[in-house]
Design a binder for this molecule. Sequence first.
Ligand code: SF4
Length: 636
Amino acid sequence: MVNTPAEIQLKLERILPKVQKPGRYTGGELNEVVKQWDSIETHVALVFPDIYDIGMSNLGLAILYELLNQRSNTLAERAYIPWIDMEAEMRKAGIPLYSLESKQPLSAFDIVGFSLPYETTYTNVLNALDLSGIPLYSNERNITHPLIIAGGHATFNPEPMHAFIEAFVIGEGEQVIHEVIDAYQIWKRLNIPRQDLLINLSTIPGVYVPSLYQINYMQDDTVDKIEKLDDRTNMPVRKRIIPILPPPPTHFIVPNIETVHNRVPIEIMRGCTRGCRFCHAGMVSRPVRERSVSEIIQAIDDALKNTGFEEIGLLSLSSSDYTHITELVKAVTEKFCGKHLGISLPSLRIDSFSVEIMDLLKDSHHGGFTLAPEAATEHMRNIINKPVSTAQLLETTHQIYSRGWTTIKLYFMIGHPEETLDDVRAIAELCKAVLAEGHKVIGRRAKLNVGVSTFIPKPHTPFQWVSCDSVEQIQAKQGLLRQEFRHRDIKLTWTDPDVTLLEAWLSRGDRRLADVVFRAWQNGAKFDAWQDQFNFNAWTQAFADCQIEPSFYTHRTRALDEAFPWDHINTGVRKKYLLQDYLLSQDSKTRSDCRQHCYACGILPTFAEMRRANPGESWACPEVKSPSKFTVNKPY
Ligand code: SF4
C-alpha cells in the first residue's frame, strides 16, 4: 500500500473522475483546519463510520474537531467511509483510508477516534481499520499502530466492540478528550510499554479499557460477574458529563457537496426530563443542562458569518421543554428577520404551545409539522410514559392544519411491551382521525405522512428487561398497517424488520458478539444502516459460524435480577430506578416530567459535587446544598 500523502494525492487524481460524488473525498472545504504535520506532537484522526454526506452533520465530531485543533500541540483531521465504488477503486489502486485534510494514511496517526452513534456502523469500523492496514483486533496491535478509541451513544454498551477498540470514552467528550490526549502525550514522551498507556487511560473517569476487565458467564450464557483485572481501573465506569455547556462551536466546515443537513446545528439544551421508557438518549444524557438565549443568539450570528449557511437547527431532545423557548424563538426571528433564514426546531411536545412556537417561526421553517405520539392509544402511551390524551392530539393537529400547514408527519413505534394487534390497528384509526381534522379545515389539501419504526428494548432504559417482537410478529403488524392505510392522502413508511433485529442484537449484545461482528464483516456485511446494502444473510451466517443463537439476545424476557453485559457502565441513573419504572409500566402508571418532581433517578447522588459547584438554573435537577445528603451511587 502507498503511504505518503503525495502518493495518495497522485493516485486520487487518477481515480476520482471514476467515482460518484468525488467531492466526498477531496477535503479543502471552507473552515477545514490544516496544520503543519511535522511541527505537531500528536495527530488525531476523527472517523465517522459512514459516508461523508452523513458524517459531516455529526455535531459530536464537529465539537471534538474544534476543541482538539485549539490545542497547539495537537491536530485533528477527518476521515469517512468511502462508498462502494470508491472503496473498490481505492483497494485496486492500493490507497489506504486517509484523512481529508493532509491525505495522511490513518496508520500514520497517533490516535484514531471513531464516533459510534448507532450499532449498524460496527462493520464499517472494521472495514475502516482493514482499509487502513491496521489490525482489526486490539490484541494484534503494537507500538507502531495508532491507539484506537471510540465514543458516542452506542458505547453505553461497548461489549460487542470490546475486541476492536482499545479505549471507550463513555459520555460527553468535551473535557475527557483533553485528559486522554494528555495521558497519550506523557506515555509517548516516557517511551514505556503500550500496556502502561492502557492502564493510565483506564484510571481516567469515563474511560473504559475493555482488556482490563473480565466478564464471567453462567451456564445459561447470562452474565455472572464483571471483574476488573487491575486495581487501578475504574469500576464501575461512570459516564462523563460537563457541568455547564461551553459555548457552541461556530466554525463548522462547509461541505462542497450536498450533505444530509447543510445547516448550522446549535444545541440549545442537553438531556431530557420527560422519561419516555423506550428512549435510550433520554436516559443516558441526563441531567438537563441549558444554554442561555444570549449565548445561542451569539453562536448563530457567529456561525452564519463563518459559514454562509442559510439554515439553522436548534437542537435538543425536547425543544418545547427548553425553559426560554418563546424568548429564544422571538429573539431569533427579530435578529435574523429578512435574512431568509431557515430555522428547524425538532422534537416538539404535542400541545398548543408547540403550535404557537412554530407559528412564530412560520416564515422561516421548511417542510411539514412533525409530532411523535409513538403509540395510538392512551393505555399504550401510559405504558411507554408518553402520556398525552387522544383529544389533545386531535386538537393539536387541528390547530396545525388551521394555521396553514398542509402536511403533518406523525411518528409511531410498533412492538411496545404488551402491545396487541388492536393497539396497532389503533395507529391507523388515529391517523385517519387526524386526517379528518385536516379535511375539515383545508379539505383535500391536508396530507399525512406516517413513519412507523419498531421498538428495541435498549440498555439503560426501563424496558431493558423486555423481549423484542419476532420478525413474524413485526411482519404481521406491518402487514396490518399496510392494509389499513390504503388512503391516497396518507403516506406510510416503516423499518425493515431484519434491520431492527440486527440493531437489537448488537445493542443488547455481550462480548461474544465481537466474533459475530468480525465474521459478518468477513461475510461481506458493511453499510448495515443502508437498505440497499444491508446483507442480512451475512449476519445469520455469522451467528451460525460462531454457534451463537441470536434469539438469546432479543427474544426472552429477563429475570428482574439478571446481570446485564452493560451493568459496569454507569450512566448515573440507577438500575433500581429503571426497574421501579419498568414495574410501574406494567400497571400503566406514568411518571411526570421530573422537572416538576424529582424521582431520585440517581443522577444527583452521582454528580452531587458537580451540581453543588454549579448552582442555578442551568441544570434542571434540584439544587444540592448539603455535602452529607448524598452518597456515591452504586449501580449494581
Ligand atoms: S435527579 Fe431528579 S430531576 Fe434530575 S434527572 Fe433524575 S429524576 Fe430528574
